[in-house]
Design a protein around this ligand. Sequence first.
Ligand SMILES: O=C(O)CCC(=O)C(=O)O
Ligand SMILES: [Fe+2]
Length: 343
Amino acid sequence: MEVGGNQIRVQSLVQEGKVVVPPQYVQPPQTRPHRVLRNTNKGDDVLNPPVIDLSKVNSLHEELRRACKEWGAFHLTNHGIPVELLDAMRNVGSSFFADCTMDQKLSYGCDPNSPASEGYGSRMLVQSNDTVLDWRDYFDHHTLPLSRRDPSKWPHFSENYRKVVAEYSDRTSGLAEKLLGLISESLGLSSSCIKDCVGEFYQNITVSYYPPCPQPELTLGLQSHSDFGAVTLLIQDDVGGLEVLKDGEWIFVNPLRDAVFVILADQTEIITNGEYKSAQHRAITNSNKARLSVATFHDPAKTKIISPAIEPHKYRPVMYGDYVSSWYTKGPEGKRNIDALLL
Ligand SMILES: O=C(O)CCC(=O)C(=O)O
Ligand SMILES: [Fe+2]
């Protein structure tokens, strides 16, 4: 789907009025979403990811421990980031995709030949030309450390875009650090244990835009994967489409406007020696409404060696940069990259 080095944006396919999904986006039968089975007819038994209230200090460690062991993901409320800032981040992201012309958007096009390059793109998780494409466009921002942050590379079309992204970056990195402290404590480790292993945060903020899809039963907005850094903080709009794999079943993550959805990523699984697992997740599409999510990734430096903080080690040590390169070369396919490090 690469034409002269340019990427096809999914949004332009939709604007052309396609009623049939091009073959490059059609998932093989085994990875297609089975939405009929999702959260239906189960009454009170509907399985939902836990909701953890950060202000409930008494039960926090126990709740975090359970959520991290059983899900690797949870909603977090009373996290200290004002809901106005969450809304502002969703709004500036949405205005870029919904209100800008394609030429304006393409003026921020990312480098299609370099994985995870900053800017507007549409095939972050897929490298080889035979991989099925995701029904998604995105804008990736490099936000931390400050030496990587260059707001002139971010959209300027809405007046407060750059200010909102910078403020959102600062607030989410503070929350991510606090959470890693609590997660360490919940395992009986010293409060700074996981953060010390990760080192200075390399933070990226990715706004994902999933246009309506004429055949949602054949596509995925984002294929099944676990995030490769330490911890991801995700917010979404009220459309919904994020799913988390739990005991072999895909569970729909209900959008909660003022909560942040926390996703443990692979380096936290390695550091906790598999006591806590990274969450396998994906995004599904729908035929009615465009959907927006904002994922904020907190990663180690590429030169950092990551190894378990608990003996006996169940994972081989890995240089983070090598882990990322292999992830991008092979593609995610669920959790096969981290599973390859198991001793
Ligand atoms: O859009 C979503 O809800 C998921 C995004 C995601 O998993 C990612 O960007 O890694
Ligand atoms: Fe993800």
